[in-house]
Design a protein. Structure first.
Length: 563
């Protein structure tokens, strides 16, 4: 909420001017200190910092210096921009001070201790819930004196529970160790930084200072909006945008997750994209005369229009993973979208029990992938699985009825290269159908019923209504379902990792090796973080390209419908 005159008593103009002068001096000192730190970092340190760390710290110091000097200049000129910059800088410095102090004082390590002692904390948590219930249940039916006594008892129980939680979590032992940790100058400096930031946040936020800087209602609404948005925004920058940029940098290095990162430029991407196709003068021509066998992982011949070609890939497994990923997507997308569309049409009808069927179809979408994969692993079992049991029963029935000699195939779903990927497709499509059905159902319920009534009066059959009304008006929902399912299918990992038995989730003859699974193997089994990051960005480009093509097609079809 915006500060009001009632919240902060208006002081004399001289006090406001003093606060503005102090704030300008504070930001001037911050700017000069950041510049001094930048010079010390690159010129006066005996050892040069690492490239990534040095660039990151340098960028933050340069940004702090420039914004602080701008804030100091704007505050001296009594402009509202200085108030906005000052509040933003002090807010971020306060967060840095609190989080940095918590880290330096071992607060994050204390969270591990709390997790280890969680079993001992549970009784006190239960006691706290009891105290909360004592103070809230039946309060309206009690007399004032009884209600006050109940509240005091509730507070006493919750206080005992709070002390017990702090004691079992080891908070008091940690507090005793704080004075010793403050002997470190860096820890003490980070902690002391919180006090001036809190002071100037309070001073600049006050209504008299806001009025002196010509703050308007729109300015206050903007600051309140940024304040409420800041947790999500900072979380996105720190935990999403930051790791993305770091992975982009790592993709240009040969980092193994432990040692130093050597800059290799585009070598990782060159290794990924190094696919060469050369025609052979004759089928018997020597391979060494066409390609360098020491560069390419495997050479393959294929015939096209009577001509023999030689294909070489520096990383053959990557191209196998890409092919399996595209093959999975081409099978899983229609199998999880087309049935969902027809199921949504059935569920949209007014038939008794539709709510039950909606819940049943949506249940696989919220169930844990691990549980689903384990159940399907049992179903796909070649000897005791129900799928093969049903196939065997159907074959025996056909043979008994028609006297034919159909042989039971006894499909080894997860143990043969021909069927392993198909098994994953079947399980994934079954899992995704429910979510897509709910999306289609929401889109169908937004289509006006008057259109169907008018079409019925005009003599349109249900099939014509489906193709001429439902499909065109459902295009935005179809586009969303297609995009989300495409992204899911291109990033398939958990289903394969759990469903395929044995130590190698890539399956027989790498038949279930996908891009994300190959990325996992490179990053966390072979510790080639640089190469794995390059694979991740190649996959991102492929997904972005597929989404962009779908978006352009959706936009073009929408324009045609408008015309």
């Amino acid at each position: 909420m915006a500060p009001t005159s009632a919240s902060f008593p208006a002081g004399p103009a001289r006090a406001v001017a003093s606060w503005l002068r102090l704030a300008a001096i504070w930001h001037l000192l911050l700017g000069l200190g950041a510049l001094a730190g930048l010079v010390w970092l690159w010129a006066l340190t005996p050892t040069a910092p690492g490239l990534t760390t040095g660039l990151l710290i340098s960028g933050l110091l340069a940004l702090l210096a420039s914004l602080s000097l701008l804030a100091a200049h704007a505050l001296r000129g009594r402009r509202h921009r200085g108030r906005t910059l000052s509040l933003g800088i002090n807010y971020l410095l306060l967060l840095f001070s609190l989080i940095g102090s918590l880290y330096r004082l071992g607060g994050f390590a204390g969270l591990d201790t709390l997790a280890g002692n969680f079993g001992r904390v549970l009784p006190f948590l239960a006691l706290g819930l009891v105290g909360l219930g004592v103070g809230t249940l039946g309060g309206d039916r009690l007399r004032p004196a009884q209600r006050q006594a109940r509240v005091r008892l509730s507070r006493a129980i919750m206080a005992v529970a709070g002390v017990g939680i702090l004691w079992t979590a080891g908070i008091f032992a940690a507090i005793v160790g704080i004075p010793g940790a403050l002997g470190d100058p860096l820890t003490l400096g980070v902690l002391l930084l919180a006090f001036p930031t809190i002071l100037f946040l309070w001073a600049i936020w006050r209504r008299p200072v806001a009025d002196a800087l010509q703050a308007t209602n729109s300015h206050e609404e903007m600051l309140n909006g940024w304040l409420f948005l800041s947790p999500n925004l900072l979380g996105f920058l720190v935990f999403v945008a930051g790791p993305l940029l770091f992975s982009l940098y790592v993709s240009f290095t040969d980092w193994d997750a432990f040692g130093t990162r050597n800059w290799v430029g585009l070598d990782n991407y060159a290794s990924i994209l190094n696919l060469k196709i050369e025609p052979l003068a004759s089928p018997d021509q020597r391979v060494g005369d066409v390609m360098d066998v020491s560069v390419y992982d495997e050479l393959t011949r294929f015939n096209l229009f009577g001509r023999t070609y030689l294909v070489g890939a520096e990383d053959r497994l990557l191209w196998i993973a890409l092919g399996n990923t595209l093959q999975f997507a081409l099978m899983a997308i229609p199998l999880s979208i087309i049935p969902a569309l027809f199921l949504a049409n059935l569920l949209n009808s007014k038939v008794p029990g539709m709510k039950f069927f909606r819940a049943v179809y949506f249940l696989p979408s919220v169930a844990a992938v691990v549980g689903i994969a384990l159940v399907w692993q049992w179903l796909f079992n070649a000897t005791i699985g129900y799928i093969n049991y049903g196939i065997s029963g159907a074959v025996n029935l056909i043979n008994d009825v028609f006297g034919s000699g159909v042989v039971d195939p006894q499909i080894r779903w997860l143990s043969e290269s021909r069927t392993a990927l198909l098994a994953v497709v079947i399980m994934s499509a079954w899992q995704w159908i429910g979510f897509n059905t709910v999306l289609f159902l929401a889109g169908l319920q937004n289509i006006p019923g008057d259109l169907y009534e008018a079409a019925t009066v005009d003599g349109a059959s249900p099939r014509q209504q489906f193709w001429r009304i439902t499909i065109p008006l459902l295009a935005p929902t179809t586009f969303f379902v297609l995009v989300t399912t495409t992204i899911q299918s291109m990033q398939v990992f958990e289903q394969i990792f759990i469903l395929i038995p044995g130590q190698n989730p890539a399956g027989p003859d790498n038949s279930t090796l996908t891009m994300v699974l190959y990325l996992y193997q490179k990053a966390f089994q072979r510790f080639e973080q640089g190469y794995a990051s390059a694979i991740a960005w190649v996959l991102f480009i492929l997904i972005f390209g597929a989404t962009y093509v779908q978006f352009r097609r959706q936009r073009a079809s929408g324009l045609q419908q408008v015309r």
